[in-house]
Design a protein. Structure first.
Ligand code: BG6
Length: 457
């Protein structure tokens, strides 16, 4: 039997915009998702917009009970900035009451809340001023963060600033999956830099408001795997590592932006605008822990005809499909549990063995009703196998000394997945949208309860 360390965190993660619903009610203002859906509903799978989330706003008490039934001892969700401070200035008391009761319910049930501040949901009022493109966003985020720490700091000890900052940068400014849906490498870098400074400013506020708490950031990282040892492929790997992993890991854990990243951006005329004191602020505000979201490995090769200076990241590294790969056909993502061992060892060997946890890992599958048994339960053995394979690698890394303190899956209830709506389901509980978002435990939920009770499998 594989046993995990004492007090290991067994949990699941979601986000406010993907779970709460009531996206424009109870005083909440629009985020870019609400506006984008209003402008271009056809972009969204089955016209499912942000209002079609899993109704957690209404059902959170039942949800907390359901968490207990599958043995969760910890849970991550986020606060919707647009619900808490709808106009960027005034706190919405209805939102304060909701979040306080939600977090209190979790605590009373023995479930440690980990609360995140930004999960791709940029307020529309700020987007109208340029969103993360403008330096004003840094101060606005710091003010929101401080407000949240003050309002909920008595109920929440562990906080994170951003979920996967690389994703809103790439998807919004390079690949068209998030608003503003443009392709502009230079703006993408500036957006990344302001995100980093917003994170840093929030950590600085946290240290003042809640010095006894713990703050981290959630990153989607793995080391990049090069197609071969040819120098061009290795250079592509280095570029990918710098842009996608080290860009946030180094400043947040080690307190410095890597010199090689600055050189690369300079060569390609991509350096962002900065302020004099930024470097010191970064150095002074490292995180206490890291969350690693891991779904698929990053495989790269040298780009075929790169432009100089680079116009997109595709001029610095190209994606590579490993011929032997095993794939989740619904999401199109490679399944490669071994990378979890590699990322765990990277945290140990290159990032001062900082405490970290797996903050998301999971498998999205379409049309899961195909796997419904006679008793009405979804028999999602594929998800159990997926978790077992990843946990085996994680355990190996913990035995080798990596400081991993927990494992959270994506996700607890089936939830709304941005442009993909409800196509791929990830939850331990099925959400029946046709019947008032009714929840039903899947087989994987039962399995997770055993896992958590035995602290292993
Ligand atoms: C993570 C995000 O990248 O992956 C989640 O933090 C997201 O918000 C999850 O839902 C699964 O990806 P997708 O695109 O299938 O929803």
């Amino acid at each position: 039997m594989i046993k995990f360390p004492e007090h290991f965190m067994w949990g699941a993660a979601t986000s406010a915009p993907q779970s709460e619903g009531y996206s424009l009610s109870y005083g909440k203002s629009a985020s870019t998702w609400d506006k984008w859906f209003e402008m271009q509903p056809d972009k969204f799978n089955s016209n499912q917009g942000p209002d079609t989330a899993s109704d957690t706003y209404r059902l959170y008490r039942e949800d907390v009970e359901n968490m207990q039934k599958i043995g969760l001892n910890s849970f991550r969700t986020s606060i919707a900035w647009t619900r808490l401070i709808p106009d960027g200035k005034h706190v919405n008391q209805v939102a304060v009451d909701f979040y306080r009761d939600y977090f209190k319910c979790l605590r009373d049930a023995g479930i440690t809340p980990i609360i995140n501040l930004f999960h791709f949901d940029m307020p529309w009022w700020l987007m109208e001023k340029g969103g993360w493109e403008t330096r004003e966003s840094v101060e606005a985020f710091a003010c929101y963060a401080k407000t949240a720490f003050e309002l909920f700091g008595d109920l929440v000890d562990r906080w994170t600033t951003f979920n996967e900052p690389i994703v809103h940068i790439e998807c919004g400014y390079l690949t068209g999956y998030h608003y503003p849906d443009i392709v502009d490498f230079k703006k993408a870098v500036q957006v990344g830099y302001h995100t980093l400074m917003a994170h840093t400013a929030a950590v600085a506020e946290f240290k003042k408001v809640k010095p006894d708490g713990q703050i981290g950031i959630i990153l989607n990282i793995t080391p990049a795997y090069a197609k071969s040892d040819a120098p061009e492929d290795l250079a592509a790997k280095q570029n990918a590592d710098l842009l996608l992993a080290k860009s946030f890991l180094d400043p947040t854990v080690l307190g410095v932006i890597p010199g090689a990243l600055v050189t690369l951006l300079k060569q390609h005329e991509l350096l962002p605008k900065t302020k004099k004191d930024d470097r010191q602020l970064i150095a002074d505000n490292c995180v206490d822990f890291i969350g690693v979201n891991y779904y698929q490995p990053l495989r790269v090769q040298a780009p075929e005809k790169p432009q100089f200076p680079a116009q997109t990241p595709g001029d610095l590294y190209a994606n590579y499909i490993w011929p032997e790969r095993k794939i989740n056909p619904y999401r199109g993502w490679e399944i490669y549990p071994e990378a979890l061992y590699d990322v765990a060892m990277m945290m140990k060997n290159e990032y001062r063995n900082i405490p970290w946890y797996v903050s998301e890992n999971g498998m999205g599958v379409a049309d899961e009703e195909r796997f419904m048994g006679e008793d009405g339960q979804i028999q999602d053995d594929y998800r159990i196998e997926f978790m077992q394979a990843h946990l085996t690698q994680l355990h190996r890394a913990i035995e080798a000394g990596s400081s991993c303190f927990g494992y959270h899956t994506w996700t607890f209830n089936d939830c709304w997945s941005w442009l993909n709506g409800y196509r791929n389901r990830y939850g331990f509980y099925r959400v029946d949208l046709a019947h008032g978002a009714k929840r039903a435990m899947k087989k994987s939920g039962r399995w997770y309860r055993e896992l958590s009770a035995n602290n292993g499998f």
